[in-house]
Design a protein around this ligand. Structure first.
Ligand SMILES: Nc1ncnc2c1ncn2[C@@H]1O[C@H](COP(=O)(O)OP(=O)(O)O)[C@@H](O)[C@H]1O
Ligand SMILES: [Mg+2]
Length: 355
């Protein structure tokens, strides 16, 4: 268990900054997730922490000690990869024993620790099996046991669920989270899946093009995205540029005190858009026509085309037959002012609107 400090980490490849001044603190025992689209630098950062990649500048500290110059095998970290990376010709138990053997631990100790690690991941009876006799989810559990068996200070996981089907992904992520909580092991988890990140993390770091956009709890990231990028990447969001161009909200429709703020982009979540009458007087009203309604059981989404080609989605919770039959109808949407997110049009940073 240990805290990780990343100070001004830079890593460049020819013609590209893979990590651009990454400055983070991961608290001891925390489940910390690096989230961002493919190519944003998640793996590069994780491998820098593991010691497989040497950064150009900056500092990596674990429990207050600089480890920049320490070779990867001396760092007490367990790693789990997307493709499991387990040895196909070794039994499950021998796969898990690998890290202890290379560390020269005595045989009885290895046998006991391997069995304990397998029980942690609910594979206590599978030690003698070969990997190909296991399902994908079980193979990833083996990889997890192998990472945990060395009692690492830090657990690193790089998209460990990406090769599994949707149902298994949810199941295993719950198990990973439970295991992490019970052991209180500092965990740095990489995913491009925002829903997974929201479900599993204590805190999330949202990255784009090697830069950190926001570090906060899942709730805070969802409720108060720090940049337009975070707003559009996490959860569903209606993005509304303000102006006269196609697809924009007309500035004339905004209250004076919002117009006064200067060029910005507004955004609102579909679940905050009210369809039809509302008692909330403090809202923008937008007229539109319902183009389609996407039904998803407990909920539905109304896709509304408004003036000037602006498209808005409204979330309908437990939709009524009447709401599902809205296609082709004209509707009035209300966008409560206290539900609007605003971002500076120039740098994309969140702007607090006057109340
Ligand atoms: N060895 C390398 N040489 C050159 N470019 C690389 C190398 N490794 C990664 N990159 C580039 O660095 C960026 C970040 O990559 P990566 O950390 O793998 O992103 P992610 O894991 O978020 O998908 C990408 O643009 C990728 O193409
Ligand atoms: Mg990656």
């Amino acid at each position: 268990m240990a805290r990780v400090d990343l100070r001004h980490i830079e890593k460049g490849y020819p013609g590209l900054k893979a990590l651009d001044d990454v400055d983070l603190v991961i608290e001891s025992g925390e489940f910390f997730t690096l989230l961002g689209p493919s190519g944003c630098g998640k793996t590069t950062l994780l491998r820098t922490i593991a010691g497989f990649i040497q950064h150009d500048s900056g500092e990596v500290l674990v429990a207050g000690e600089r480890i920049d110059q320490m070779p990867a095998h001396k760092r007490n970290m367990g790693m789990v990869y997307q493709d499991y990376a387990i040895f196909p010709h070794l039994s499950v138990a021998d796969n898990v024993a690998f890290g202890l053997k290379t560390r020269g631990r005595p045989k009885p100790e290895i046998a006991e620790r391997v069995q304990r690690a397998l029980e942690l991941v609910q594979l206590g009876n599978h030690g003698k099996r070969l990997p190909h006799e296991l399902s994908g989810g079980q193979q990833q559990r083996v990889a997890l046991a192998r990472a945990m068996v060395i009692s690492p200070q830090i657990l690193l996981m790089d998209e460990p669920l990406s090769n599994l089907d949707a149902k298994l992904r949810v199941e295993l992520r719950e198990d990973i989270r439970d295991l992490q909580r019970s052991l209180a092991i500092t965990t740095i988890y990489v995913t491009h899946d925002q829903e997974e990140a929201l479900a599993i993390s204590d805190r999330i770091c949202v990255m784009q093009s090697g830069r950190v956009h926001q570090v906060a709890s899942p709730q805070k990231i969802y409720a108060e995205p720090a940049t337009l990028f975070v707003a559009s990447f996490i959860g569903a969001m209606n993005i509304m540029p303000v102006g006269s161009q196609e697809g924009a909200l007309a500035a004339a429709d905004l209250p004076e005190r919002l117009r006064a703020r200067g060029p910005m982009t507004l955004a609102i979540r579909p679940e905050d858009v009210i369809v039809g009458q509302s008692t909330n007087g403090n809202a923008l009203a937008v007229e539109g026509a319902v183009e389609k309604v996407t039904f998803a059981g407990r909920e539905a989404y109304a896709h509304v085309r408004c003036a000037n080609g602006l498209h808005l989605q409204a979330h309908l919770y437990r939709p009524s037959a009447g709401q599902l039959a809205l296609v082709g109808e004209s509707v009035r949407l209300r966008l409560p002012l206290d539900r609007l997110h605003a971002f500076d049009a120039a740098d994309g940073k969140r702007v607090e609107l006057p109340a």
